[in-house]
Write a protein that binds this ligand. Structure first.
Ligand code: ADP
Length: 480
């Protein structure tokens, strides 16, 4: 099925045709079929988008908070109305099961409502001064043009989680989504258009990343770059953006530990492993990567996890009966299979998986697989897996387990299962991770700050802290 999308470029309130013949071809990851060819931006369009955003900044940032919030509330309502349609397009271009796609649209939309409310509480501070005739005021204000660069795994929510706080605060936006998923981004900008945002406040440039990224880095008008994606590109943007003295926030990958203590409720732990690991085919930076189960319950946990993983049904994401859709691309399948082959070469044992049902294309799907006996230096233990492959290992010493998971270069999300309050406090605080969930599987709530430490980046998205990322502090010293 081919769909017609007029353009992947939205500048100054209009859909724009590119100067060149550039297009982004969008393929259905379940079939490889070409589903759309989207006219795409290059340097010229990226520059025009930055210029439009820079021009719109003054007017937008001078609106009062409730006026800006009104546009966000309107966009939120439109997303709720259109969630089924937008979710279906997401599944067609990204592959995830339709229920997850629609859920993501509603989640993304909720950032708009939450920040519409939060910006009205963005209070300043009065600091005690040294004199009766002096006042010290601190106020928070918008920075200017913010460039948002986002990945394909959550093509709606990753954009809205940046855009909602940034525009609520009064910034204007240039956005570049992943080249795999421009359609979800186009649907977002259709909503913004219909919500009536003033021209230039929100601009979209779908296209080849490097030339667009270069314009964002080089343009003095761009005051902030907010990136979610790979460590390699995040590092490059931090280095080059930092040189230009821009604020750069990066959300990078993780190698999430999933730790189960002997007193844990095993059913709760297994059902959360399923939710955390196999949603989105495991293509999430917080998906459990390394499962560490206490030796005393290892066999029982493994049996329960094996039963649950074997029951997963694979198929096209458009059919709500299936829990595991295709991977984003054949290359993604190859990368996961390389981790599987590496583990097997090092002596890992396949407990379930490693084979696909008849009719499921091995170039496009990965089999949900459990491994044990995986050595500490295997790729699946040390690197982000980004697929439905899970290694389960046993531990006995709490300290040795902590030393091992804290040795990771990354530190995004960690999972902990225990009913013991002492363990819950002691271990969660000892984990060198930006987020810890105890007896659960979800991190990404609109009201909480998502983000990592160490090699996983430094920014926070969501919650009050997610708003502060897009505001700068002004200190006013008043004498009379
Ligand atoms: P992934 O491995 O998830 O595709 P990437 O870091 O390559 O991770 O992609 C995340 C986002 O970064 C995407 O929007 C992608 O287009 C963008 N990107 C990739 N290369 C560059 C670049 N040179 N400059 C700016 N953005 C880039």
């Amino acid at each position: 099925m081919s769909m017609k999308f007029e353009s992947g470029i939205y500048i100054d309130g209009k859909w724009v045709q590119p100067a060149s013949k550039a297009v982004l071809d969008v393929h259905n990851p379940a079939t490889g079929e070409l589903i759309a060819s989207v006219p795409a931006a290059g340097r010229a369009e990226a520059q025009a988008a930055v210029d439009a955003a820079a021009t719109a900044f003054k007017g937008w940032s001078n609106l009062n908070a409730n006026q800006r919030a009104g546009y966000l509330r309107k966009a939120n309502a439109l997303f709720i109305e259109r969630a089924d349609e937008i979710g279906r397009i997401m599944t067609l271009e990204q592959g995830k099961p339709i229920g997850e796609a629609v859920g993501e649209v509603l989640w993304g939309a909720d950032y708009l409502l939450w920040y519409a409310e939060e910006i009205r509480r963005s209070n300043g501070t009065i600091v005690p001064s040294d004199s009766l005739n002096t006042r010290f005021y601190l106020r928070r204000r918008a920075r200017g043009v913010v460039a948002c660069i986002t990945p394909w795994n959550f093509p709606n929510a990753m954009l809205l989680r940046k855009i909602a706080p940034a525009v609520a605060a009064g910034n204007t936006i240039v956005a570049k989504p992943a080249e795999e998923t421009p359609l979800s981004a186009i649907k977002i900008f259709e909503v913004f258009h219909d919500a009536g945002f003033p021209a230039g406040v929100l601009n979209l440039v779908c296209g080849e990343p490097a030339p667009i990224g270069d314009v964002f880095i080089e343009s003095p008008a761009v005051r902030q770059i907010s990136f979610t994606g790979s460590t390699q590109i995040g590092r490059m943007l931090s280095e080059r953006g930092g040189k230009q003295l821009k604020k750069v926030t990066v959300e990078l990958g993780g190698v999430a530990p999933f730790i189960v203590f002997p007193d844990a409720d095993i059913d709760v732990a297994v059902s959360n492993l399923m939710a955390g690991k196999f949603a989105n085919q495991g293509q999430s930076c917080v998906a459990p990567n390394r499962v560490l189960v206490h030796q005393d319950i290892f066999d029982v946990f493994l049996a329960a996890a094996t039963k649950a993983v074997s029951a997963l049904r694979l198929g096209h994401g458009t059919n709500p009966d299936f829990e595991v859709g295709p991977m984003i691309s054949p290359e993604a399948v190859t990368r996961v299979n390389a981790q599987l082959a590496d583990a097997k070469k090092r002596g890992a044992v396949v407990i379930t998986g490693d084979s696909l049902p008849a009719g499921i294309d091995p170039k496009r799907w990965c089999s949900p697989t459990i491994l044990t006996n995986v050595p500490a230096d295997a790729m699946v233990t040390c690197e982000e897996t980004f697929g439905p492959l899970v290694a389960i290992e046993a531990f006995t010493s709490e300290q040795a387990m902590l030393d091992s998971v804290n040795a990771s270069e990354s530190g995004l999300g960690a999972y902990l299962f225990t009913k013991d309050l002492a363990v819950a406090h002691r271990v969660s605080e000892a984990l060198e991770y930006g987020m810890v969930v105890i007896n659960g599987a979800s991190f990404g709530y609109v009201q909480t700050p998502f983000g990592g430490t160490k090699g996983s980046g430094d920014g926070r998205e969501g919650g009050q802290d997610g708003l502060l990322e897009y505001q700068e502090l002004q200190y006013i010293n008043l004498n009379f």
